[in-house]
Design a protein around this ligand. Structure first.
Ligand SMILES: [Zn+2]
Length: 290
């Protein structure tokens, strides 16, 4: 009996102790499951946010373009993507080649001279003192600086991406080049299409193949909003490009607005961009009225 009692007691104790442990184990297990679920949820949110950040920061050096034509170093291609507001944002992390250009220029010119020159080129005010220039290019620059036409603002994300794309192949300091960018919108599809023409030469190649494609796009409901190109200067003029169209640029803008309904001309020097509306193209000096 004693044995049996002991057995009973030990069994009873054991049973009581066992069920208490089980409850505790179950509690611990529940906490662990909840923690794991929480961790999984946090991880999912983190991965999703990473993907959306990645999506917001398209890089033209990574996004494969559609090639229209390639002749030696001449390339004619386009990219198409969703029209997201970040494309037009002027506050962004500079792409690597553009950042390298900025750092190199700051070292060569000296930080203060570099910053002064950047601001001087972006200056726009009605108080700007115009000189009696006979040169059409200088007259166009005066029209912009005196705020008669055009608006100068900081370079935006898409412009920086396009310049970065070209200068990662041909650095602006050692091998300066100009590129053509044709930016089209399709409002119903909420898409942006960017045609790009460039080569290893200082002047961009004649973009006949792009104009043919563009003409077709216009029939399909696209709008040709911007023509973008970059300006730079030789070493003796401190490298930084003028934010105004040359007389040949003005002539080209008249052609693009008349034949392809282009809305705005934009020129960037890598730091600022000047925007000129099509209604002002006739006010610019071009070979016809110079
Ligand atoms: Zn130009």
């Amino acid at each position: 009996m004693a044995v049996a009692n002991n057995t009973y007691i030990s069994c009873a104790l054991g049973c009581v102790t066992g069920s208490g442990q089980e409850k505790n184990n179950r509690k611990t297990m529940n906490i662990k499951i909840k923690l794991l679920c929480g961790l999984f949820l946090m991880l999912t949110i983190f991965v999703m946010s990473c993907n959306s950040i990645k999506e917001q920061h398209i890089s033209l050096k990574i996004l494969p373009p559609t090639m229209l034509e390639k002749n030696g170093t001449e390339i004619f291609q386009f990219w198409e993507f969703k029209n997201d507001p970040f494309l037009w944002d002027t506050n962004f992390v500079q792409p690597t080649s553009l950042k390298l250009y900025e750092d190199s220029l700051s070292n060569i010119l000296g930080k203060d001279s570099f910053e002064h020159r950047i601001l001087e080129l972006a200056f726009q005010d009605t108080s700007f003192k115009s000189i009696n220039a006979k040169n059409g290019d200088s007259i166009n620059a005066q029209l912009v600086h005196s705020k008669t036409l055009g608006v100068i603002r900081p370079i935006n994300y898409l412009e920086a991406q396009l310049l970065d794309y070209q200068i990662s192949s041909y650095p602006l300091l050692s091998h300066p080049t100009e590129f053509h960018g044709f930016i089209l919108f399709n409002d119903s599809l909420k898409l942006v299409r960017v045609y790009f023409a460039a080569s290893d030469q200082a002047w961009p190649p004649k973009p006949h193949v792009i104009l043919e494609a563009l003409e077709n796009d216009l029939k399909m409901g696209w709008t040709f909003v911007y023509h973008l190109h970059n300006h730079y200067e030789p070493k003796e003029n401190d490298y930084l490009g003028i934010l105004a169209p040359s007389i040949t640029d003005a002539q080209y803008y008249l052609f693009l607005s008349e034949d392809y309904s282009m809305k705005q001309a934009i020129i960037t020097n890598g730091f600022h961009t000047v925007e000129i509306q099509s209604e002002d193209f006739k006010k610019l000096k071009s070979p016809e009225n110079n």
